[in-house]
Design a binder for this molecule. Structure first.
Ligand code: ASP
Ligand code: MG
Length: 427
């Protein structure tokens, strides 16, 4: 929705298929790499309102963008009145969530004029509770009832409201969640998510040039890849559609013929030929290795270790265990300034024979439901890593048998991914 041309492209896509009935829009994004998203500008407005009581300066470029879009689209409605009313409300209400939600609001009002579908305000049917937590079941009831009344409609993404009408937002990128909510509410045959790339790539194109697009993957594979940083779709967007087994199709607005990536409930029809679906990873983890002989027979050992983490407010990612060893994989940022205290508390709690902390590690997940059908995957993975001249710190096959997670040093991250890609993805 970045500019008038993009809005026109979206309108053409919607109109080309009468089954495309409800459209969830986001705020105008970047028009070029150096550009600023409207939502980011709105965060600046929120700060300006807090300090100055108004957002005259920060709102000006936003108003200009919408003015230009409306003019270029040749729409005849009073955009000035809409802009000045919106700005006054932002200043009056003075709440960040309200302010930053207005990008989607304005975008949806404009797009509904362009396409001629009614504007359906998410504040009325995307429900948050008083604490600001999303209420999925009430939302589904309200949204379903509302959408039933309209054959089609334009819905602003990213925000909703409490029963009292206070605006709340999802986390950044949350329009994807609103799309999934609407799809579930009408039991849609398909949730299309139109974006500016051709779908999910097998791996980060910044590391492997011309990485392939994933044609099909399952909800579970997506969860694993998204957790590891593949960020085309908001990681929470699958929850609403998963309840009703609605497939998601990621498509490119600027290349509408491209089939994109299909995200399906499972491979019930066809197990994929590829051993792996995707490779993703993240840097800056720490592993705490605790060794104690006869750990396996010491009742309550894991509980004591985990209580220490709980008391210190530290969450962990994985916990691979051996007979006399237990490792905790923890995000590096969680340990800042806490590492010495953590070590001391763990020593006091379980008296280990040995406790080692390794920092600066990257985790790499190779994900694929085809993996469990093929033997030798772990062996191929290990040899790919050793061919890259990299030392493997840890290897952990998830009990779901659809992922293997390894850890390597941060500096070996990119070359490991390249080597894994070469091993598993046919040229
Ligand atoms: N506009 C919001 C953001 O920038 C939500 C979205 O784009 O999905 O995060
Ligand atoms: Mg998005």
């Amino acid at each position: 929705m970045a500019d008038a041309a993009a809005m026109r492209a979206v309108a053409a896509i919607v109109s080309s298929d009468p089954d495309r009935r409800y459209v969830v829009v986001s705020a105008p994004g970047k028009r070029s790499p150096g550009d600023i998203k409207v939502t980011d500008q709105l965060f600046v407005c929120a700060r300006e309102i807090e300090t100055e009581g108004n957002c005259e300066k920060a709102f000006a470029p936003i108003a200009e963008r919408f003015r230009a879009i409306v003019a270029e689209l040749g729409l005849s409605f009073d955009i000035e009145a809409l802009l000045s009313r919106t700005r006054s409300q932002m200043e009056e209400i003075g709440e960040e969530a309200f302010t930053v939600s207005r990008g989607e609001y304005l975008s949806a009002v404009v797009f509904s004029r362009l396409i001629g579908y009614p504007f359906l305000d998410a504040a009325e049917f995307v429900r948050f509770d008083e604490e600001g937590n999303f209420d999925a079941e009430t939302t589904n009831r309200l949204c379903s009832a509302e959408l039933k009344k309209h054959a089609n409609g334009v819905i602003p993404g990213f925000y909703g409201g409490t029963q009292e009408g206070k605006i709340c937002t999802f986390s950044r990128g949350g329009s994807d969640i609103t799309g999934a909510i609407a799809a579930r509410a009408v039991l849609a045959g398909l949730y299309e998510n139109w974006t500016d790339v051709n779908g999910f790539l097998v791996t980060d194109p910044g590391i492997v040039k011309n990485a392939r697009t994933i044609e099909v993957l399952t909800y579970s594979e997506l969860r694993e890849l998204a957790y590891m940083g593949a960020s085309v779709l908001h990681s929470e967007a699958i929850f609403p559609v998963r309840i009703s087994n609605i497939p998601i199709n990621i498509r490119n607005t600027f290349e509408p013929e491209n089939p994109g990536t299909m995200i399906v409930p499972d491979y019930s029809r066809k197990i994929p030929e590829n051993v792996i679906t995707g490779v993703a990873g993240r840097k800056n983890f720490a592993v705490i290795q605790i060794e104690k002989s006869m750990m396996n027979s010491e009742i309550g050992f894991a509980r004591k270790v985990l209580s220490v983490l709980e008391e210190m407010g530290i969450s962990f990612e994985h916990m691979p265990t051996g007979i006399d060893t237990m490792s905790l994989v923890i995000e590096g940022s969680q340990l800042e300034g806490k590492i010495n205290e953590l070590i001391a508390s763990l020593k006091a709690a379980v008296h280990p024979d040995c406790l080692v902390v390794k920092e600066g590690l990257a985790l790499i997940a190779i994900v694929g439901q085809g993996m469990c059908k093929k033997s030798g995957t772990a062996a191929r993975l290990c040899s790919a890593i050793s061919r890259a001249g990299v030392n493997l710190n840890m290897i952990d096959q998830g009990s779901s048998e659809m992922n293997i997670i390894i850890s390597v040093r941060n500096e070996d991250y990119e070359k490991s991914i390249r080597s894994i890609y070469e091993e598993f993805v046919p040229a």
